[in-house]
Ligand binder design. Structure first.
Ligand SMILES: C[S@@+](CC[C@H](N)C(=O)[O-])C[C@H]1O[C@@H](n2cnc3c(N)ncnc32)[C@H](O)[C@@H]1O
Length: 311
């Protein structure tokens, strides 16, 4: 895979008296230029311009004024953004794949439905230490969607923190549905419990305070194997394989286990990064590829989630 570097444009140069400055049509906010066809920086990229020295995204249309020379740019061919699209190798038919930049992610969030109670929890969590651990609203929406598609009634979450993802799941569980919520940190659970109460889902959530692996083992020992529909794992990265093995016992055939952080901030794909958490997740992902007990789909949402369906 490589970043798109693109091309075709037309420059209608004309003399202007102003010094280095940028003029842009409404709703663009780009670019500084130090010469024809050479753009230093810009935002709102719509097209990539190839210059002799770099390729940098610039708007498809607009006016760049540089050292007294104004260039009106007009795209001859609409081409993908260099920072929002990657292109697969020829063997994948040069498939263009979206790569989310901040502007596109804002758009995605603006098109994500988030219940008011989840928004309030997110805002309260944002003031706390560790708030970056919480899943994003689009991830929570996907989890809730999976639970609804499956008609899941018995669910497990490993790693609750202040409760955002567990509340998203609990909100869509049917009457009589159950979510076992595993978390070792009592202070985080106080917040989560307060929001389960406020949302009126406390009866559906069975909070298990302690080490998640112990809780999962005790569920197996209590004869609950093959009785769960859905599980979400978002706790200790080095324990992923252990959680997965226990959950594979607990979910029924056709049940789903979603593993979070499988792309681990991109580190899993960088051979120069070899800290213990990265290695754990990389090993987990590699083993999962060969694991014919499940069908899998690795989804680049949030920090990456793999959806595993028990065969
Ligand atoms: C990434 S956060 C979970 C975020 C949560 N899913 C959300 O969306 O808000 C991970 C949580 O797992 C908990 N945790 C880590 N190791 C654990 C363990 N061995 N047993 C239980 N909880 C654990 C941490 O205390 C932390 O609250």
């Amino acid at each position: 895979m490589k970043q798109v570097q693109t091309v075709e444009f037309e420059v209608e140069g004309q003399r202007e008296s102003s010094s280095d400055a940028v003029r842009s049509p409404p709703d663009t906010d780009f670019a500084m230029s130090s010469g024809l066809g050479f753009v230093h920086q810009c935002s709102n990229p719509l097209i990539a311009l190839r210059s002799p020295r770099h390729s940098i995204p610039i708007p498809a249309r607009g006016l760049i004024v540089s050292r007294g020379v104004a260039c009106r740019l007009k795209a001859l061919k609409s081409v993908p953004n260099s920072d929002t699209v990657v292109v697969a190798d020829e063997s994948y038919g040069r498939k263009e794949v979206i790569s989310v930049n901040p502007r596109l992610y804002d758009y995605l969030l603006a098109n994500t439905r988030e219940p008011k109670i989840l928004r309030e929890l997110r805002e309260e969590t944002a003031t706390r230490h560790g708030s970056q651990m919480q899943v994003s609203p689009d991830q929570a929406q996907l989890l809730a969607m999976l639970v609804q598609i499956m008609g899941a009634e018995k669910c497990i979450e490993v790693g609750v923190y202040t409760g955002y993802s567990s509340l998203a799941v609990a909100l869509v569980l049917p009457e009589g549905g159950q979510l076992v919520a595993c978390e070792r940190d009592a202070k985080s659970l106080e917040v989560a419990q307060r929001y389960y109460d406020r949302a009126g889902v406390s009866e559906k959530v069975i909070v298990k305070h302690g080490l998640a692996a112990d809780t999962l083992k005790s569920l197996v020992q209590n004869g609950e194997a093959s009785s769960y529909d859905f599980a979400f794992v978002d706790a200790e990265k080095k324990m992923y394989q252990d959680y997965f093995e226990l959950l594979l016992q607990l979910v029924r055939v056709g049940g789903v286990i979603v593993m979070d952080n499988v792309l681990w901030h991109g580190r899993v794909a960088d051979p120069l990064i070899n800290d213990s958490k990265t290695i754990s997740i990389r090993n987990f992902n590699r083993k999962l590829m060969e694991d014919d007990r499940v069908s899998i789909s690795m989804v680049p949402i949030g920090d990456g989630m793999t959806i595993c369906r028990k065969r």
